[in-house]
Design a protein. Structure first.
Length: 292
């Protein structure tokens, strides 16, 4: 490891030492889980804002979590940061035989799709060797955000042929599936509720469960469309949410400038300001947030 990386490892060990930081010393793998997610999402936010000046800092915070977990494991005698780096290096080498020459067909020129197919073959071999269940869907964490998990599961199934053709016909079939799911959702919503007057009856609960299921099918089919048009649905939704926040806060600022609260505006006034925010693109707001 480089001298600078050794320094980071030593700093982490010092923070966890008996005379180190009380907060750092009390942390566990479990207590750190929220911070790992938080730091990863902060990297995504910086990437969405295309703020390359803050990217090194946010990536450093993610690296800190890796060091933190490795130090805790090292103290317990489980593994060290050296083990993490060694296993990562082994995996990169093992799964890229076309680059590192560690396979019979390693020198064969490959395109990106062929690389992905070989990657999956290698992972399948690794699962079989370790005795893990041999499913193409293995390896997609259940803890992923639902949109991203749906996207990854669909992509895995597609790699073994469970997919429509990626051409005009297949695209039309994807759109047709979305329309079919919307019709089923519409039917579930319009289905008559129970005639009983007792609130929250079994029938009412079953009806709501059907609505939830049909809504989920609509979202899942939209994720499939996103995959077809090469859009990451998690990224697209996150960016849409960010745009909503910026536009709504524009409405709030305009309300304040007129001496009112946003709640005192009529819907017509808010809708007009919303359209104004869309036209402006709120570039200035994005720039302000970039330098917060």
């Amino acid at each position: 490891m480089s001298e600078r990386f050794h320094k980071l490892v030593n700093l982490m060990a010092a923070l966890r030492a008996p005379n180190g930081c009380p907060w750092d010393r009390k942390q566990t793998h479990e207590s750190l889980k929220p911070y790992l997610l938080e730091e990863a999402y902060e990297v995504l936010e910086v990437l969405d804002r295309q703020d390359r000046t803050k990217l090194p800092e946010e990536l450093g915070d993610v690296l800190l979590q890796v060091l933190f977990h490795s130090q805790i494991a090292s103290e317990a005698g489980s593994f060290s940061i050296e083990d993490v780096l060694e296993q990562l290096a082994d995996k990169l080498t093992r799964r890229h035989p076309h680059v590192f020459g560690n396979g019979a067909a390693s020198t064969t020129p490959m395109n990106a799709d062929q690389v992905v197919a070989r990657w999956e073959d290698i992972k399948r071999t690794e699962r079989q060797a370790s005795g893990r269940p041999d499913s193409v869907l293995d390896g997609v964490p259940q803890t992923l955000p639902a949109l991203l998990r749906a996207y990854q599961l669909q992509a895995r199934a597609s790699r073994v042929g469970f997919d429509w053709t990626h051409d005009t016909k297949g695209f039309d079939q994807v759109l047709g599936k979305i329309e079919e799911e919307i019709q089923e959702l519409r039917a579930a919503i319009r289905a008559p509720a129970s005639n009983q007057t007792v609130p929250d009856t079994g029938a009412a609960t079953a009806r709501q469960a059907q609505i939830v299921a049909e809504f989920g099918d609509v979202v899942f089919s939209l994720v499939n469309l996103a995959r077809f048009i090469k859009v990451n649905p998690e990224d697209a939704l996150r960016q849409a949410v960010n745009r909503f926040v910026e536009r709504f806060q524009f409405i709030e600022r305009q309300a304040t400038a007129s001496g009112r609260t946003v709640g005192e505006l009529s819907f017509g006034e808010m809708d007009r300001l919303w359209d104004e925010a869309k036209k402006q693109g709120l570039a200035t707001v994005s720039e302000e947030r970039r330098h917060e």
